[in-house]
Design a binder for this molecule. Structure first.
Ligand code: SAH
Length: 230
C-alpha cells in the first residue's frame, strides 16, 4: 500500500519527516516529494505550497505520478465554530469551495455544472479517527471545512462562509484536494488543527500557533497511519 501524506506548508510536514528520519527526495513538477518506508508501507510526503491550485497539482501528482492509493492531509485552519479553539483538531466530513461563485447564473455558491457543492471524505477513515482520538485521549470535532484562495481575517467574511456552507473551519487547500481524490477514486482524510479564529487577529494568531498546531495535526496523522497499517 502507498499512502500520501500532504500538507500545504513546510511546517505542516516537518514533524512527519522528522519522525521518519530517513527518506529519499525526488524533485518533480517544481516541487519536492519525499518517499519513505514505514512499518511495511510506502509513504509519499509533500507540502504543496499554499492554495487550491498548488494543492490540486500536488494531490494529482501524488496519485498519478507516485501511485498513492490513499491520501491524508495534515495542516492548520481558521476556526468558524465557536466550539473550536487554537490547537483543537477538526476532521472534515465534507468540503466545499467558498470562493467558487457563478451565482449570477442561478447556481448556489460552491457549485459549477457537473461539480458538487460538497465532496464527502472517506467514512471509513473518519470512523478510524474516532478510535485514534480515543486512544490518544483527544477530542476531535467532525465538521464541514470550507476552502478558498483567501486568508480570512475578517469576522464578516468568516460568518458569511459559516452561514452559507454550514462550515466549522476554513482553510485554503482541503476542497481542492477533495475534488482530485474524488475524481480519481482515492479515499481521503483531511485533518486540521486550529491556528486562528479567522478574525482581525488571525495573522498574529497564525504566526504564533502555526508550528504547535501543525505538530498536533501531524502527530494525529501518524497515529492514523499506524491504524491503517495495523
Ligand atoms: N504565513 C504564510 C501564509 C499563510 S496562509 C506566509 O506568509 O507565507 C494560511 C495557511 O494556513 C493556508 O495554507 C491555509 O490552509 C491555512 N489557514 C489557517 N488559517 C487560515 C485562515 N484564517 N484563512 C485561510 N486559511 C487559513
Amino acid at each position: 500500500m502507498k499512502i500520501a501524506i500532504m500538507g500545504a506548508m513546510p511546517e505542516e510536514i516537518a514533524p512527519i519527516l522528522e519522525k521518519l528520519g530517513t527518506y529519499t527526495t525526488t524533485e518533480y513538477a517544481k516541487n519536492k516529494y519525499y518517499e519513505a518506508s514505514y512499518r511495511g508501507v510506502d509513504l509519499i510526503i509533500a507540502y504543496s505550497k499554499i492554495g487550491k491550485v498548488f494543492s490540486t497539482l500536488t494531490a494529482s501528482t501524488m496519485i498519478e505520478h507516485f501511485g498513492a492509493e490513499k491520501l491524508l492531509f495534515s495542516g492548520v485552519a481558521g476556526a468558524i465554530s465557536s466550539e473550536l479553539r487554537v490547537g483543537d483538531l477538526i476532521v472534515a466530513t465534507k468540503l466545499s469551495q467558498h470562493d467558487l461563485d457563478i451565482t449570477a447564473f442561478g447556481h448556489p455558491f460552491g457549485f459549477v455544472p457537473e461539480g458538487a457543492v460538497f465532496i464527502e471524505a472517506d467514512t471509513q477513515m473518519i470512523e478510524m479517527s474516532k478510535e485514534v482520538a480515543t486512544s490518544m485521549r483527544k477530542t476531535v470535532k467532525e465538521g464541514i471545512i470550507a476552502t478558498g484562495d483567501q486568508f480570512v481575517a475578517n469576522e464578516q467574511r468568516k460568518n458569511w462562509i459559516g452561514n452559507t456552507f454550514n462550515a466549522d473551519a476554513l482553510e485554503m487547500e482541503g476542497a481542492s484536494v477533495a475534488v482530485v481524490c474524488d475524481a480519481l477514486n482515492i479515499p481521503f482524510f483531511i485533518l486540521r488543527a486550529i491556528s486562528d479564529a479567522a478574525d482581525v487577529d488571525a495573522s498574529f494568531s497564525f504566526d504564533e500557533f502555526l508550528e504547535s498546531s501543525a505538530k498536533e495535526s501531524a502527530e494525529f496523522i501518524m497515529k492514523m497511519v499506524d491504524k491503517l497499517v495495523d
